[in-house]
Design a protein around this ligand. Structure first.
Ligand SMILES: [Zn+2]
Length: 238
């Protein structure tokens, strides 16, 4: 049985003040970006990448420990999150300590090849949709909690619209009701942003529950330069 100690690393100034909890307080389902130093608790997930550094998935500390033990971790980035204490080595008399970082680059394969495909389309669900749109209603531009938001089909089903990323936006219930089964033009309502299909790296970010500042910076570097998320994340953080 391993003992686990949660490490609280030193906070660099760049990591300070990045805290979405203020905006999202009380909204357990909403995405949070937190300073690395507040990564307390074993529920904090580790970002796994492939050997080339492309983001793959979120894994828990047990899965991370398994990858370390199987020598599948090629190198690490980010900051130390956990220290796992193992048994005492009979030969050296030393206790084995495994330090797990917030980002681990691994050899070997993953079940999902999405990170290498340019035509990858992530599954569409409300949680990641609301996050793509930064919890803003794309009609009235006000921010809401997840429970007050809905998925609006820009071109409605009844007019041949599809349930795909480029035809859906986040809308508050009021705007969605007002728009009803009409296109924005028919309802004389204007979208504040163009909907887009997230890339794999963007999708990994949007799926995160508590994203550490260093993990966020890492993922941001893998977003397309033109990604609207750059701007939206900056607005969240300001
Ligand atoms: Zn609205």
């Amino acid at each position: 049985m391993l003992n686990i100690r949660i490490k609280v690393p030193y906070l660099t100034p760049a990591m300070m003040g990045i805290d979405l909890e203020r905006a999202d307080r009380g909204l357990a389902d909403d995405l949070r970006i937190v300073p690395t130093g507040t990564a307390r608790g074993l529920s904090q997930l580790v970002l796994r990448t492939d050997i080339a550094g492309m983001p793959l998935e979120w894994i828990d500390y047990k899965e991370a420990a398994r990858l370390y033990h199987q020598e599948q971790v090629a190198y690490t980035c980010g900051s130390p999150l956990f220290e796992l204490y193992g048994g005492v080595n009979a030969r050296t008399g030393r206790r084995t300590v495994l330090e797990i970082n917030s980002i681990v680059a691994t050899v070997g394969h993953t079940g999902n090849p999405g990170n290498t495909r340019h035509d990858y389309v992530p599954p569409l669900n409300n949680q990641t949709l609301f996050r793509r749109d930064a919890y803003l209603c794309m009609y009235c531009s006000l921010r809401f909690a997840s429970r007050e938001l809905s998925r609006d089909h820009i071109r409605p089903f009844s007019q041949g619209g599809l349930d795909v990323w480029t035809n859906v936006v986040t809308a508050c219930r009021r705007c969605n009701n007002q728009k009803a089964s009409r296109t924005p033009e028919q309802a004389k309502m204007q979208l504040i942003a163009v909907p887009f299909t997230p890339t794999y790296a963007e999708y990994i970010f949007l799926k995160g529950r508590r994203v550490l500042a260093d993990q966020m910076e890492y993922l941001l570097a893998h977003f397309p330069r033109s990604s609207p998320l750059h701007d939206r994340i900056q607005r969240w953080l300001s």
